[in-house]
Design a protein around this ligand. Structure first.
Ligand SMILES: [Zn+2]
Length: 567
């Protein structure tokens, strides 16, 4: 069975959860499967007559009914309020299982944050935890990873001096893209000099390149032609995108260079758009796209219009040479390059450097975006959490060495500290991951989960005991509560929250809520039991706000008044 974690709240409003969790089933309908309380689960859709159901359905005897195993995937996401609420429901389910000796569901939970996992597991399940795989005896070697001699990712920390934060980022992007453009141009103009390292005189390295042909060098360069700026907020992205257009592109145009075209990837970007960007990054050799780029370079006066076709021809030769499947003589591109006009050679360099060259993105790229071409990344300030920093910066350098520039905020205290301890911080990065923050005893959490746990006792436990009646009807619940020992209910609710582990004040609140619920159900005269409670059972673990009534209305005034009364 697969479902979202929110479905656990169904114990508070769906009596049939007891079929799955505690095996409260008596018969099997030949058409619709397991059933209980004398009726089919499809009571309005079943061909078997209601009165004959108990005779027609086969009786069953359940054995060891609790699900054997639960796998809550991405356990680190069960944090903060969702974590507190889920924790109450988890131990609530445990109690329902214990009450009827159904067995206990075992839990195996994959997580991305192993730091202080025992604490998180305590708050969610009130159970001890074992870590698997356990860390090995060696310092930098474990089940998943070991250290290699070659670096896969370089982290560079910068703090702006006499410059604003955003201007420093614009400068980095400018120098980076100018360098990519220059290397592309050098590869076209003097391929031999680049291959032998002569063209790199004056830089850190002037050794011959580790490449057999200029085609290969260009292939590698295209893996570095896209820069990715990681945003901490959407607002930073708006400012940066604007500065790229107004400022950075002005620098590039001043040098007669092609401008950058920036794309945005955030939680608000439509799915199709994100998919298009990822497809293009995955395979940048798209003829229509390239023709479009050439046309805009012509429109920008970077290229003379008559060169377009010749540039496309040279581009096709390069593509064929890079495509292993076709049988092209290895020096075909080199020959074509030598015969091409200077304008055409430069045009191809500009084209390769202009493909989807700069992307601004939020944390949405941190999960599941696996792109070979994100090898240059700029952080617009330090992310709030180490886990987020590790997740997002590991987008860079997935197959080729990656560069990560962390441009700290010049006056933010926390960023300054990160700059100060930059090397130490990166040395111990994986050990500095913050634990998942969750507290099952959070002060007001009991108010939210109590109605659901209280209703689950009625619907998924007592209703299956002899003679309790249909406890979802207010009147039946009223009669039932008149008979039942209040103390027993109080104790069971406390047990659902964690029994002896429950802190005094929290337990006191739970008891008060239980007594209030018992008296409300007896005083009120609503048809449904749940409507008699001061607050309804949660329908989802994110269901934290009071619901606004929604009705069709022509007058907006009523709507505003409703909103005002709520605040
Ligand atoms: Zn049926």
């Amino acid at each position: 069975m697969a479902g979202t974690i929110d479905k656990i709240t169904a114990i508070g409003y769906q009596r049939k959860m007891a079929h799955i969790l505690t095996g409260e089933m008596e018969y099997e309908c030949p058409i619709h499967g397991f059933a209980s309380l004398g009726e089919c689960t499809e009571k309005y859709g079943c061909d078997i007559d209601r009165d004959e159901f108990e005779v027609m359905a086969s009786p069953i005897d359940v054995y060891d009914p609790a699900p054997s195993l639960m796998v809550p995937d991405e356990l680190h996401l069960l944090e903060e309020s969702v974590g507190s609420f889920d924790g109450h429901y988890e131990t609530g389910v445990d109690t329902l299982q214990e009450l009827v000796d159904a067995g206990q569901t075992k839990i195996i939970a994959p997580t991305a944050t192993i730091t202080a996992y025992e604490d998180q597991v305590y708050h969610l399940f009130l159970r001890p935890a074992e870590r698997f795989p356990a860390p090995g005896p060696y310092l930098r070697e474990n089940f998943y990873a070991q250290e290699q001699a070659e670096s896969q990712r370089y982290y560079i920390g910068l703090i702006p001096h006499g410059k604003t934060h955003i201007n420093s980022i614009i400068d980095i992007l400018f120098y980076f893209h100018r360098e990519v453009q220059d290397l592309m141009t050098t590869a076209m103009e003097s391929p031999e000099d680049l291959l032998t390292g002569v063209a790199l005189e004056g830089t850190d390295t002037s050794a011959p390149l580790n490449a057999d042909s200029i085609d290969e060098v260009l292939q590698t360069l295209t893996l570095y032609s896209t820069s990715l700026t990681y945003l901490l907020s959407k607002k930073d992205g708006d400012r940066l995108d604007q500065s790229i257009v107004s400022q950075l592109n002005a620098y590039l145009r001043r040098d007669d260079r092609p401008p950058l075209a920036s794309e945005r990837m955030t939680g608000g970007t439509p799915f199709e758009k994100v998919q298009d960007i990822l497809d293009l990054l995955d395979n940048p050799w798209q003829e229509d796209e390239d023709r479009g780029i050439l046309q805009s370079l012509v429109d920008d006066d970077v290229l003379p219009p008559e060169t377009q076709d010749a540039i496309m021809d040279l581009r096709d030769t390069l593509e064929a040479s890079l495509d292993d499947a076709t049988d092209v003589e290895s020096d075909e591109f080199r020959v074509a390059l030598r015969q091409a006009d200077e304008d055409v050679r430069e045009g191809l360099a500009w084209l390769l450097a202009s493909r989807l060259n700069t992307i601004t993105a939020t944390s949405m790229i941190s999960h599941g975006v696996d792109v070979e071409r994100f090898n240059m990344m700029v952080f617009f300030g330090m992310p709030r959490q180490t886990a987020e920093y590790i997740q997002s910066s590991s987008r860079a350098g997935r197959s080729h060495p990656g560069l990560v520039f962390n441009v700290f905020h010049p006056i933010r205290e926390r960023d300054l500290s990160h700059y100060h301890f930059f090397e130490k911080y990166h040395q111990f990065l994986d050990r500095l991951v913050e634990p998942v923050s969750v507290n099952r005893w959070a002060k007001n959490s009991v108010q939210r989960t109590h109605p659901g746990l209280f209703m689950s006792l009625l619907l998924n436990h007592y209703m299956y005991r002899d003679g309790s009646g249909k406890l979802f009807f207010g009147d039946s619940a009223e009669d039932f509560l008149a008979e039942v020992d209040d103390q027993e209910l109080e104790d069971l609710i406390t047990r659902m929250y964690g029994g002896d582990e429950v802190p005094e004040e929290f337990g006191h609140d739970a008891e008060e809520l239980t007594n209030l619920s018992i008296s409300q159900i007896q005083l009120d005269d609503q048809q449904w039991t749940s409507n008699r409670l001061p607050r309804g059972a949660m329908r989802s673990l994110r269901d934290v706000d009071e619901q606004l009534p929604i009705r069709s209305e022509y007058k907006y005034r009523d709507l505003l008044e409703t909103l005002e009364n709520q605040s």
